[in-house]
Write a new protein. Sequence first.
Length: 305
Amino acid sequence: MPQFPSSRAEATKVAIYWDFENLHAVLANAAHGDGAYRDNRLKLQPVFVDLKPILEYAASLGDIIINRAYGNWQFFANYRHALNEAGVDLIQMFPRGSNMKNSADIRMALDALSDVHNHPHLTHVVVISSDSDFISLAQKVKQAGRFIAGVGVAGYSNRFWTVSCNEFKFYQNLLAASVPTAGEVAALEIEAGGQVTAPVADEIEAVGSPSLLDAKQALQRALKQLVDRNGENYVSRSALKVFIKRLLPSFDEQALGCSNFSEFLHRFPELVVEVDAISGGHVAFTNQPVGQAEALPEDSSSPDA
């Protein structure tokens, strides 16, 4: 059996390996038809991949200590800001041979196995690819007593690869879960005093401490991920704070005018409620039964719910 930490409060350690060209190519083909990527692979690529929902899923598993992406980066310059912002270690894989295929899958598998055996504190491995080439890697990772999760594109992921993992998530589902509902957007617009728009790159780079609105959004996403993962509307308060800091590393409740984390939570009674003080305390979504997550409506994370 996998040797995981004995309690939820004890942080697990996660390594992410992105077969980036595979993910991008599959999404390009899904958007424009089979062969779309192959016919345009030697051109500067448009953006198809949203890194954020995948990173949030990985963060829900534990602390991300390794975050590597493999690909031929000369054609993926449009991802530069997103990759740098996510702290991804980019591994350049130049194409070899007349068929223009690179050896990213082999290098990824070797690196992952090396990290599993060289870093005993590593508990979870996340592989982002729809490719069946990683089945053997999944088997070896599980043999080493570690948890392996896969992320691929629905309709394009090899079924034997999906069942080889301890857990497999489809990119479309992660993306849908991270997109705010119409009610959430309206609520955020009211709080922001206007239309919510994505800041441009220069504005992102210039941002300092997060605002109370930024912190609330991180709280909402973190609580939803933990409820989904635990299978119940009952979340450790300490685990919630740790996850918020994974999503928003500069989060500091005192900088937001709160003397402690409980006071910060009390700012949002429409979203979160403190349930008890057992083992450091637990919280839950407001106005929802404290129990199985299946009992929660699909948009339960909305502050207007």
